[in-house]
Design a protein around this ligand. Sequence first.
Ligand code: ADP
Ligand code: ASP
Ligand code: MG
Length: 408
Amino acid sequence: MALIVQKYGGTSVGTIDRIRNVAARVKRTRDEGNQVAAVVSAMSGITDKLIGMAKEFGENPSEREMDVLLATGEQQSIALVSLALHELGVPALSVTGRQAGITTTGSHTRGRIDAIDPQFMKRSLEAGNALVVAGFQGITPDGLIHTLGRGGSDLTAIAVAAAVGADVCQILTDVDGVYTCDPRIVPNARKLPEISYDEMLELASSGAKVMQSRSVEFAKKYGVVFEVRSSLNDNPGTMVLEEHPDMENVVIRGVSIERSQARVTITGIPDEPGMSAKILCALGDAEINIDMIISNIASDGMARHSFTMHSNDLGKAQAALKPVLAEISGESKIETEAGIAKLSCVGIGMRSHSGVAATMFKALGEAGINIGMISTSEIKIAVTVDETRIEDAARAVHDAFELDKAPA
Ligand code: ADP
Ligand code: ASP
Ligand code: MG
């Protein structure tokens, strides 16, 4: 008998019929002789709807209350999936984050899982129940509700799998695996049989929302091997696991895109120690996540720094930077540009193959797409382009690396 954790995302529980499909799948997995803990998300659209309702009362609602509100989406689903299991004669128990023993730290709406006490879940499984665990939620040591960031049910599933010592962890979603690019954008994208944690992490943190990036970090840290597959068919999915030597033969594993980015450039910064720290500390204190950073010295001997960030943070960044600039030099100016997007190519094979950037830039040039900023890591090359051209850019680069063809 195996212990299987299955995670069903918002689309997979999006209607009453879909909920019945989930229940049937859980029942089938149990009938095959396994114990099952299913982690479920809110029905698709519910979390966004709740956020919209909260914003009726002001643009910046209290994050404590947001957590209380958003956690209800998953609570609806666990009860409904349990009821659907009861309809099939399966003893099922809904389990909230608190009952699952999930303790969190960090801030409201961005809680981090600190520990899981799996005793209740283990006892209930041993007693013959199917468990239906609320994704996306946990509880602070003081008893406050935390949510785990958008897409956070993935993290719940991986963490529950680690805590209960699951034999198998399956992320069941509306695609049948991880593709070389989002198949909604690149129709000839190819399903990958496997991908390393590091590649999945880079893709997820650069916009491939098929997995929440923090859940992949957690899986790598605790060695949780998991499979991404469809909740609607039985096609084999994609295994996400520690890299092995054969994986380096593939130069680019996948391409991801991230929309709604903005650039801030600060000019006229004195070329002196401590200036960059002042600027970055101001942005950090304002809780703004900076992505790419480029810095250079202009012909007048003054430095200029450019950063990218989510376009929602642009106003906050301008407000945070104003006093700092006034303090460091009267010459400093801020320029901003919204409407940009980021394209990333990811592959551990990049470590041992050259010419990757050349192929990527040539493909973009031939498609008439201008490159803005560039950043690289050991296994990723990312560029910004005009947001209106991002899908063309993804297709051009996907074609240039022939990602639709299985490697020889
Ligand atoms: P769930 O509700 O199950 O958590 P999500 O909507 O969060 O599902 O993630 C699944 C979606 O991720 C797919 O429908 C697909 O459009 C998108 N996606 C983005 N990049 C990829 C990729 N490389 N491979 C597969 N799906 C991707
Ligand atoms: N319901 C949450 C969200 O929409 C968590 C999740 O679906 O994973 O982000
Ligand atoms: Mg998701």
